[in-house]
Write a protein that binds this ligand. Structure first.
Ligand SMILES: Nc1nc(O)c(N)c(N[C@@H]2O[C@H](COP(=O)(O)O)[C@@H](O)[C@H]2O)n1
Length: 404
């Protein structure tokens, strides 16, 4: 299971949990490992079984160990329960159950077909690893990533509103790769008016990437008929660059609407007021922050007023090495610096990985932070993060100034 947990940490955060699997011999030797690489790609079990098949491993006396209960549904991919039965693996050990209504049930289905299934091994570690994903599922909302591209002094635009480009090409490339992985991108009315963004996912030449997210603007004002965001990106993919106007200032309402449109992962790209609105409601699960070696001295801040009056009430974040190309929570990207962060409010997932579980050769048992004793979905720790988990933002996204 420790091998499976380490493999899981090579995945990406978002619509799906990070999941790892290992095929063990009868004597308990790890023969193959696999992991899930994000929504739409094979699940960890299928990845590990593929490795076994390619190596010609006889699976008749093996055990499949997986960090999450095998799924029993056809979503973007087929059911893992079926793949395991087809492969003829006689024993399955999983860490933690899949609580989702759609995917759960794999364990029962396998047992019915005579597979020896055990649950609960290193369950707390497995749950910790995906604490924010479980929390988003429990709250029945999409997983939320906030992306910020800012100057050294925390600004996303110069005094005249110009923002192209603060960060360099490499950081922008990461941003576009992230765009093409999410189901929807969301910006506020201020960004719409100041930048007129297209919100498409593009490659280095400016051409559209294969997968395009739904493009959402959250504003109570009209979205002009000629706004770039309304212009079609013709793609045969799931969300294929459609546009949606979210006529609200309430992040909860915006997320509920997006969920209704089939969105499981939303990328909030600003501006400052929208960022503050999501942060104030404790609705940011993951933060990608690119910081450029540029000083602006004036201009829009990356995050608007969070209502924090004193340092003990600061919104604190911790490094998350899971889901970034180099397994590093803080890393140089071209000339810029990338921070990959999670709220430090007590969701324990990356605490366990601070000890190095995502890195090859790391200690087998992830260490947990003392604050990680509660299961996924704990209430925010008082004073350690953005306030009310069900709070409604007081700032209006329409007041927003520019963001890249
Ligand atoms: N057992 C298992 N292994 C994985 O590697 C997984 N990613 C999951 N995810 C579960 O299945 C749902 C996604 O299914 P699709 O990728 O859309 O087919 C996800 O919501 C989890 O419940 N499970």
């Amino acid at each position: 299971m420790r091998s499976a947990l380490r493999a899981a940490a090579r995945g990406v955060r978002g619509a799906n949990p990070v999941v790892g699997a290992a095929v063990l011999s009868a004597s308990g030797e790890v023969l193959h490992v696999g992991h899930h690489r994000g929504a739409g790609t094979p699940h960890a079990e299928v990845d590990a079984l593929r490795a076994a098949r390619e190596a010609g491993t006889d699976l008749r006396d093996t055990t499949l160990v997986v960090t999450l209960e095998p799924c029993h549904h056809t979503g973007r991919t087929g059911p893992c329960s079926g793949a395991i039965l087809e492969a003829g693996v006689p024993r399955v050990v999983y860490a933690v159950g899949d609580g989702t209504d759609t995917a759960r049930g794999g364990a029962a289905a396998l047992m019915e077909r005579g597979v020896d299934v055990r649950a609960g091994l290193l369950a707390e570690d497995a749950r910790d690893l995906n604490a924010r994903w479980f929390r988003a599922q429990e709250q029945q909302r999409p997983f939320v990533t906030l992306k910020i591209a800012q100057s050294l002094d925390g600004r996303v635009a110069a005094a005249d509103g110009t923002s192209r480009w603060i960060t360099g090409e490499a950081a922008r490339g990461e941003g576009h790769a992230l765009r093409s992985r999410v189901d929807a991108i969301l910006v506020g009315g201020g960004t719409l008016r100041s930048d007129d963004p297209s919100l498409t996912a593009r490659d280095a030449t400016g051409g559209p990437l294969t997968r395009q997210p739904l493009r959402a603007v959250m504003t109570t004002r009209p979205v002009p008929a000629d706004a770039r965001v309304r212009r079609g990106v013709v793609r045969a993919e799931e969300h294929d660059g459609r546009f949606v106007h979210l006529d609200t200032h309430d992040p909860h309402e915006a997320l509920a609407r997006l969920r209704g449109l089939g969105v499981s992962h939303v990328l909030v790209e600003g501006g400052p007021t929208v960022a503050a609105a999501f942060l104030s409601c404790d609705l940011v699960d993951e933060l990608w922050l690119h910081q450029a070696p540029v000083l602006l001295g004036a201009g829009a801040p990356s995050v608007g007023d969070l209502g924090i009056g004193t340092i003990t009430a600061a919104s604190r974040w911790r490094g998350d090495p899971v889901g970034v190309p180099d397994d590093r929570a803080v890393a140089p990207v071209g000339e810029d610096l990338r921070w990959h962060l999670r709220p430090a409010r007590g969701t324990p997932d990356a605490d366990s990985l601070d000890a190095g579980a995502s890195r090859p050769g790391a200690p087998a048992t992830p260490q947990r932070h003392p604050a990680s004793r509660t299961p996924a979905g704990p209430a925010p720790t008082p004073g350690s993060g953005p306030a009310d988990a069900r709070g409604t933002a007081t700032n209006s996204p329409d007041d927003t100034s520019s963001a890249p």
